[in-house]
Ligand binder design. Structure first.
Ligand code: DHB
Length: 285
């Protein structure tokens, strides 16, 4: 799948990812109102990854609905990523996403720096339980919850999410990080703190998926630093049954979806596996 926040700001860029072989698309995280995001600089590439603090820029649910509706003909599932400050706001966004025809929802409760959103919710098990319970009562499409690596109570969090009836856990969102500009002597990003993604965070994601797989029975979607087929296989072995790719679209181009699938197939062939299910969670045995 295409991970949220990369090449998913409108129907045109999403269609390109579909044409290049993405098996599902997660939309940009959308809120109730249009939001400008933070001033530049919002992104910096480092040796082993990328730090960004965009500030959840998005056109708001009404305008983004027009983009989703343009994709109605596609057979590739669209997963609507939403962020909100409370359960009622999540429900109203979810109802609209469902009306637009998305196949599932991904709750962004793990943005590492947006005030009132993201992590402030994502580290509170009872708040998360309330949000997921309300959503499951009022919508019929599956609910996925994207969790953060920046928390100490991951097991408690995913168990609260599962207990509330969520259909899958998505792990992980970006890792809180900072880059200081030596010339100006100040943090490089306008928001100072950002989220680290790309190759460097794969071991963190694999560790989180492994811990989550021991704590819950619902499916896990792995994301974080997956750049090659072998990276995806590592996530499968840790317990993920599907994976998302974000920063690697920047490193390898949109062709990354087809390339990663080919690399998974050839690794499996060379190592005597015939089905992905033979790999899922084998590291835990
Ligand atoms: C942003 C949101 C995220 O969830 C994340 O991991 C990184 C950045 C943002 O919009 O700033």
């Amino acid at each position: 799948m295409l991970a949220s926040g990369i090449m998913d700001e409108d129907a045109g860029s999403i269609q390109r990812m579909i044409d290049c072989g993405a098996g599902a698309i997660v939309t940009k995280s959308i809120g109730t109102q249009p939001r400008d995001g933070y001033p530049n600089p919002t992104i910096i590439e480092l040796d082993y990854g990328i730090i960004n603090a965009m500030g959840l820029p998005n056109p708001g649910i009404e305008l983004y609905g027009e983009e989703i509706k343009k994709l109605r003909a596609t057979k590739v599932p669209i997963i609507g990523s939403i962020y909100a400050a409370d359960a009622d706001e999540f429900v109203s966004l979810a109802i609209k996403m469902q009306q637009y025809g998305v196949s599932a929802l991904e709750l962004n409760v793990s943005c590492p720096h947006a005030k009132h959103y993201g992590l402030e919710i994502g580290c509170d098990p009872s708040f998360l339980h309330e949000i997921v319970t309300s959503l499951k009562q009022q919508i019929s499409i599956p609910v996925f919850v994207k969790v953060s690596p920046n928390i100490m109570n991951l097991t408690e969090i995913v168990q609260a999410i599962e207990k509330a009836g969520a259909d899958a856990i998505v792990a992980i969102n970006t890792v809180k990080a900072m880059k200081i500009d030596l010339q100006t002597t100040r943090p490089f990003l306008s928001n100072k703190i950002g989220g680290y993604s790309g190759k460097a965070i794969k071991p963190i994601g694999v560790r989180c998926v492994y811990e989550i797989a021991q704590a819950v029975d619902i499916p896990i979607i792995g994301v974080g630093g997956i750049t090659t087929g072998e990276d995806a296989i590592e996530y499968f072995m840790a317990g993920a049954s599907a994976v998302q790719i974000g920063s690697a679209v920047y490193y390898r181009g949109p062709e990354v979806f087809a390339s990663v699938c080919d690399e998974i197939k050839s690794w499996m062939k060379n190592n005597g596996y015939t089905k992905i299910t033979e790999l899922i969670g084998v590291a835990l045995q």
